[in-house]
Design a protein around this ligand. Structure first.
Ligand SMILES: CC(C)(COP(=O)(O)OP(=O)(O)OC[C@H]1O[C@@H](n2cnc3c(N)ncnc32)[C@H](O)[C@@H]1OP(=O)(O)O)[C@@H](O)C(=O)NCCC(=O)NCCS
Length: 159
């Protein structure tokens, strides 16, 4: 992701979640100002200048050794199920392995509308490790899914 992608990426994330877009804007401004801070990466998938998807990762806190979290990960609804997310996930997993990542986590809503996302992560080797009850809102749990980076990357050709 480059500085001239910022406005479009924020508009893109706003399609899914306005709060998430606001949070993303602050983070991406910091990320771009730092010129790719260590342990952080944000990728943009484009086809003929059209933004198809975004995905990236950031480190967990210092107490968790070589642990990373998926950050914003969205594919344009017109392109769901066409392999864009898989390409981004493979690039993300490779990059996490390259920075010495041991585990990669993602948090996703337990709501039915996120079933596709949970299936996507499951297809990419993530397993549910924990559920935070009523986390996003009363009645909306948060599911933590994780994969061991190196071990699962060797099975990448299966996807
Ligand atoms: C989840 C998401 C990133 C997956 O990206 P994608 O490009 O659609 O996925 P791919 O085409 O690479 O992979 C297809 C797999 O993704 C899953 N999937 C999730 N949503 C899907 C959809 N709407 N259509 C088809 N497949 C979908 C399926 O498991 C599918 O594999 P299967 O058909 O064998 O079960 C994307 O659908 C998305 O952005 N969804 C909405 C936003 C979101 O939930 N983001 C995650 C926030 S944590």
């Amino acid at each position: 992701m480059h500085a001239d992608d910022l406005d479009e990426v924020i508009r893109f994330i706003r399609l899914f979640d306005t709060d998430d877009a606001r949070h993303a804007k602050n983070y991406f401004k910091w990320y771009l100002a730092k010129a790719r801070p260590a342990g952080h990466l944000n990728l943009v998938a484009e086809e003929r200048k059209t933004l198809l998807g975004v995905g990236g990762f950031e480190p967990a806190d210092d107490e968790a050794e070589n642990v990373y979290w998926i950050s914003w990960f969205y594919v344009h609804p017109d392109h769901h199920g066409t392999g864009v997310g898989t390409k981004i996930m493979r690039a993300v997993s490779r990059a996490v392995a390259e920075v010495g990542g041991r585990k990669l986590y993602v948090d996703v809503s337990a709501n039915e509308s996120y079933e596709g996302a949970r299936r996507f992560y499951d297809r990419h080797g993530f397993e549910i490790e924990a559920t935070l009850r009523d986390y996003y809102a009363e009645g909306e749990d948060c599911v933590y899914m994780a994969k061991k980076v190196r071990q699962l990357d060797t099975r990448r050709s299966g996807h």
